[in-house]
Design a protein around this ligand. Structure first.
Ligand code: ADP
Length: 210
C-alpha cells in the first residue's frame, strides 16, 4: 500500500466529507490552483482511493476503504489480541474442571504438567462426554479425558489472526493455545495465552467499526 502525502490525505478527507466535489472546489478549499492538484488527484484515482465521474466530480471509493480495513484485519498479530489462558493442573478432577469452566466463563481449559508445560486441552464436549459415562467425576482426572500433546494444535504469538482463524476452521476446534516452545525440547510448550473464535470476531468488529 502506497503511503499518502499530507496533501493527498487532506484531499481524501475533503472528498470523503463533501463528495461528489469538483477538482476546482477541492483546489479552492486548499487555496491551491487546479493545476497544482492534478498530480495528486491522478495518484488518488489511479490507486482506486477516489473515483471520478465527468461533470459530477470526485467521490470517495467506499470499496477501497472496506478493502483497506479488511487488509488491516488480516495482518493483525496473535500477540496483540490473545486472551489469558485458563489453566488447570492435569491432575484436576473433571468435576472441578467443570466448575472452573463456569467460573471463568470459557469454553476450553488448558491442562499443564507439574513443570507448567502444556499437556492437554479440555473442551466442553470432552467434559460432557465424561459426565455422560456416570463415572465418579470427583475422582476422574482431566488427564484421562483431555486431548493430549503432541496432538494439540498451537499458534505462535507472531502469527497473524488469519493464520489462527484458518487453523481453527481447518481443524474444527474453537480455540488455540498461544505458546512458546521450550528451547531444544520438541513438543514442550509454555503457555502465553489463547485465541478463540470470539477473539477473531472481536478483532473483526473492532477494526471494522474504527
Ligand atoms: P467443543 O468441545 O466445545 O465443541 P472444540 O470444538 O474446541 O470444543 O473441541 C472439539 C475437540 O477438539 C475436543 O475433543 C477438544 O479436546 C479438541 N481440541 C480443542 N482444541 C484443540 C486444539 N487446539 N488442538 C487439538 N485438539 C483440540
Amino acid at each position: 500500500m502506497i503511503k499518502l502525502t499530507e496533501r493527498q490525505d487532506k484531499i481524501l478527507q475533503i472528498v470523503k466529507k463533501n463528495g461528489p466535489i469538483t477538482g476546482q472546489e477541492i483546489a479552492e478549499k486548499l487555496s491551491l490552483t487546479r493545476a497544482a492538484l492534478r498530480p495528486d488527484l491522478a495518484i488518488l484515482t489511479m490507486s482506486g482511493k477516489l473515483d471520478a465521474r465527468p461533470r459530477v466530480g470526485y467521490f470517495f471509493n467506499e470499496n477501497y476503504e472496506v478493502k483497506r480495513q479488511a487488509e488491516k484485519f488480516l495482518h493483525q498479530k496473535v500477540i496483540d489480541y490473545k486472551a489469558h489462558p485458563i489453566v488447570v493442573d492435569k491432575s484436576t478432577a473433571v468435576y472441578d474442571a467443570i466448575v472452573q469452566l463456569f467460573l471463568e466463563d470459557v469454553g476450553t481449559l488448558y491442562a499443564v504438567d507439574s513443570r507448567g508445560h502444556l499437556a492437554g486441552v479440555v473442551s466442553r464436549k470432552d467434559l460432557l462426554r465424561a459426565s455422560l459415562g456416570n463415572k465418579n467425576l470427583h475422582e476422574l482426572p482431566v488427564s484421562v479425558i483431555m486431548t493430549r500433546m503432541p496432538n494439540i494444535f498451537t499458534i505462535q504469538p507472531d502469527a497473524t489472526l488469519l493464520e489462527a482463524a484458518k487453523k481453527m476452521i481447518d481443524n474444527h476446534i474453537d480455540s488455540l493455545p498461544v505458546v512458546k516452545e521450550v528451547e531444544e525440547q520438541e513438543n514442550t510448550y509454555l503457555l502465553l495465552g489463547r485465541i478463540t473464535k470470539t477473539t477473531i470476531t472481536r478483532a473483526y468488529l473492532e477494526i471494522m467499526e474504527r
